[in-house]
Design a binder for this molecule. Structure first.
Ligand SMILES: Nc1nc2c(ncn2[C@@H]2O[C@H](COP(=O)(O)OP(=O)(O)OP(=O)(O)O)[C@@H](O)[C@H]2O)c(=O)[nH]1
Ligand SMILES: [Mg+2]
Length: 386
């Protein structure tokens, strides 16, 4: 029998418990592989995890309509007037970011009652940026830069807004790197593993980009998760690899890579579970996927994308730290900026980690996931025009 024993190093244990909380949201039921833990789950949980029918999944997905996008339609779209398309996306992003930008713009209006820039005004501006989730370090840096040449001078709200947009764009520009899926010279598939805690939008994100690629369901914990991805794959018309619930996630990755190679697929996306019980389980599973892929080709995976949910705000920093410890995270995707007043977190993440930000999600439809543009994002966030 195994007894739970307090570790000698209590701080180490506390750290682990803290990290498990970040990995596993406290409101989520604790879920382990069904073979060992099924008996401990309530009927409702069992239904949610194992018995969600295809109809229920489709119904859930249909609440977020997914346009039928074919390669032809995308190419037609690309040939259309670019500025108009860009304008369309910009207004969608601005609308999506409105909760975050309202916080900043309303804060600015309340703040600028005086004309001269003094220390009080700078302090208030710093507080405002902190409440907008940019994080204390980044807020201090922006405010310091802002105050440099302007201290004691007259200042208008518009001037502050433009200066903020510029500072934010300067922070974001080095990390704004749309991911390109160019054909590899060796003719083998470009392999991307998608990781992140539960519910951040991994599966949906893969569904949104899934054109001309193959996707593999290496989240083998829930039947619903596999079916959810299969529905997306069918809609996107791309090949899909999965195994039954409870099977080895690394085996799915292995088989998917073999298949992608044999079929000459250019890009393979591997979805992973976020819903694991603790960091140790998650780490073991992700490490195994990587190990198994590396056996096939030492250069695999070519990318590890960490998906973050903007609504979690400052918690996203902790998630990046933990996942960076576990994997060689090559880039970030930030989702749910539409439902969040915490869009400023993107700026803090860029400043703190310098990891490429490839895409952002401002809604549940395919067109709501787009390459990340620094200047547009900065302008949207502070309510400045493009
Ligand atoms: N509003 C909004 N919702 C989103 C966005 N991206 C994903 N979602 C929704 O977030 C929910 C969770 O998304 P999933 O893709 O299932 O998340 P996941 O990371 O795969 O979750 P697990 O498989 O449980 O780890 C779904 O209802 C999505 O429609 C976004 O950019 N905006
Ligand atoms: Mg998923």
């Amino acid at each position: 029998m195994v007894f739970w024993r307090k570790k000698k190093n209590a701080t180490e244990q506390e750290k682990q418990e803290q990290e498990d909380k970040v990995i596993h949201h406290p409101e989520e039921p604790e879920i382990e592989p069904p073979t060992e833990y099924e008996a401990e789950l309530s009927e409702d949980q069992k239904h949610e995890i194992f018995e969600e029918t295809e109809e229920e999944i489709i119904e859930e997905l249909e609440e977020t309509p997914v346009p039928e996008m074919t390669r032809e339609i995308i190419e037609e779209d690309e040939e259309l007037d670019v500025p108009e398309e860009k304008q369309g996306w910009f207004s969608r992003m601005t609308e999506g970011l409105s909760k975050s930008s309202n916080k900043i713009t309303q804060g600015l209006t309340d703040l600028v009652t005086k004309k001269k820039l003094d220390q009080d005004l700078l302090d208030e501006l710093e507080d405002l940026l902190i409440t907008a989730d940019l994080g204390p370090k980044t807020a201090a840096k922006i405010v310091e830069e802002f105050g440099k040449d302007r201290f004691g001078k007259d200042i208008s709200e518009e001037e502050i807004r433009l200066a903020l947009a510029e500072s934010i764009a300067n922070i974001l520009t080095p990390v704004a790197k749309p991911q390109t899926f160019e054909k590899r010279e060796d003719g083998k598939p470009f392999v991307t593993i998608v990781v992140g805690v539960n519910g951040v939008g991994k599966t949906t994100t893969i569904g949104k980009v899934a054109h001309d690629l193959m996707i593999a369901a290496a989240d083998t914990f829930r039947a619903a998760a596999i079916e959810q991805l299969e529905v997306w794959a069918k809609r996107a018309g791309c090949p899909f690899v999965s195994k039954e619930i409870g099977s080895d996630a690394a085996a799915v990755a292995f088989e998917a890579y073999e298949k992608a190679k044999a079929e000459g697929t250019e890009v393979l996306f591997i979805d992973t579970a976020g819903r694991l019980h603790n960091k140790a389980n998650l780490m073991a599973e992700l490490e195994k996927i990587v190990r198994v892929l590396k056996k096939q080709d030492e250069t695999l995976p070519h990318a590890v994308l960490l998906v973050l949910d903007a609504t979690t705000g400052q918690n996203a920093f902790e998630q990046v730290r933990i996942f960076k410890e576990m994997m060689n995270v090559t880039g970030l995707i930030v989702t749910k900026l539409d439902g969040s007043a915490k869009g400023g977190v993107v700026v803090g993440l860029a400043d703190e980690f310098g990891l490429p930000i490839h895409m952002i999600g401002v809604g549940e439809q395919i067109g709501d996931l787009r390459p990340f543009d620094a200047q547009d994002f900065a302008n949207s966030l502070v309510g400045a025009n493009s």
